[in-house]
Write a protein that binds this ligand. Structure first.
Ligand code: UD1
Length: 337
């Protein structure tokens, strides 16, 4: 029996696949390389010493997806595939709604047709919106301020409705906080398509000399140093969280939303200084205006993950900074040779 991983060539997907293979799961990856590079597949093989099946496919291709289910005995799905750039989603809402929501609907229809009813979904802390106060707990109301976030909120609803309609479904909605860091080997890591939107890939590209300086979006928030506070989580902890969620989904039915965070908040300046100290490099920065849509403070209440899944984050901010830099330094142009 195999685990189907949609978006398995992406940043979080690739780290999760390595862990799945290390734990002797059979893996089938579906990815359309819209935000991933084929080289990652060789690196996954190299790191795990194991093979897997791969299909270059977008989830909107229903016939192609049916073939994947015909050719493999799929036991459960970990669903990462989706567009994730907040700014682009505001400019191209139809692109985001169609790809992320319709793509998920097609996946669910095919799963249903093949009687595969276990899914772990990549949701996001973005579903806590602007109105909740950290620490965020899973029972808080969800909302979003941009199309990308809306797709996460809607898909959570779609999956929850599915469980209401048929109690055999088993759904875990994993709400990721801010994933950073990379595999210890420096062979896989985050490789953004364009100029990075997120903090850590921006910092590493400044450190490697591809970008001149970091712009810090506001220093007048109500936080200890005025810069925004987030819950940064090592991508390897996140990958382990998927393994724990998968174990749980295989043994239970119903729907559970679970935060994957450390429960600890760090400011932008905390991260900059941690990066400089861990790696002995300097990150020039300037303070600019706030970025629209940013909240001041977001971090998880990580209790539920521990109680329900027996999972908790173990890596420090220093680990995250060190491995992010190790990846970037060894692969200045990402997976592009
Ligand atoms: C962002 C998205 C969120 C998405 C998540 C996925 C926005 C508003 N939010 O979260 O919906 O789920 O990525 O990874 O885009 N910062 C800077 N300078 C930079 C980049 C970031 O100062 O060049 C600051 C931000 O203002 C924030 C912190 O760093 O305080 C983290 O930002 P980022 O890495 O983009 O994550 P989020 O905004 O938390």
């Amino acid at each position: 029996m195999a685990i189907l991983v949609t978006g398995g060539a992406g940043y979080i997907g690739s780290h999760t696949v390595v862990e799945l293979l290390n734990q002797d799961h059979e893996v089938v990856i579906v990815d359309d390389f819209s935000n991933a590079h084929p080289t990652v597949l060789d690196r996954i093989k190299e790191l795990s010493g194991k093979d897997f099946s791969f299909y270059e496919l977008n989830l909107l291709d229903k016939e192609g997806l049916e073939k994947v289910f015909e050719e493999n005995e799929i036991e459960a799905v970990i669903h990462f595939a989706g567009f994730k750039a907040v700014g682009e989603s505001v400019e191209k809402p139809l692109k985001y709604y169609h790809n992320n929501i319709t793509g998920t609907l097609v996946l669910l229809e095919v799963m249903k047709a093949f009687n595969v009813k276990k899914i772990v979904f990549s949701s996001s802390a973005t579903v806590y919106g602007m109105d909740n106060k950290a620490p965020f707990t899973e029972d808080m109301p969800t909302s979003a301020t941009n199309p990308y976030g809306q797709t996460k909120v809607f898909i959570e609803h779609i999956l929850s409705d599915l469980v209401v309609s048929d109690e055999e479904w088993s759904v875990i909605l994993l709400r990721y906080f801010n994933p950073i860091g990379a595999h210890e080997s420096g062979r896989i890591g985050e490789d953004p398509n364009d100029v990075p939107n997120n903090l850590m890939p921006y910092i590493t590209q400044v450190a490697v000399g591809k970008l001149e300086q970091l712009s810090i979006f506001g220093d007048d928030y109500e936080t200890h140093d005025g810069t925004g506070v987030r819950d940064y989580i090592h991508v390897l902890d996140l990958a382990q969280g998927h393994l724990s969620a998968l174990d749980y989904a295989l043994k239970h039915s119903g729907v559970e939303a679970v935060n994957l965070g450390t429960g600890e908040g760090y400011s932008v300046l905390d991260v900059v200084h941690a990066f400089e100290n861990a790696n002995d490099v300097e990150i020039p920065y300037e303070i600019v205006d706030r970025r629209p849509g940013d909240i001041a403070v977001g971090y998880a209440d990580a209790t539920k993950a521990k109680e329900l899944l027996g999972w908790e984050a173990v890596h420090s901010l220093e680990d995250m900074c060190r491995t992010s830099w190790n990846w970037q330094k060894n692969n200045p142009n990402g997976y592009e040779e």
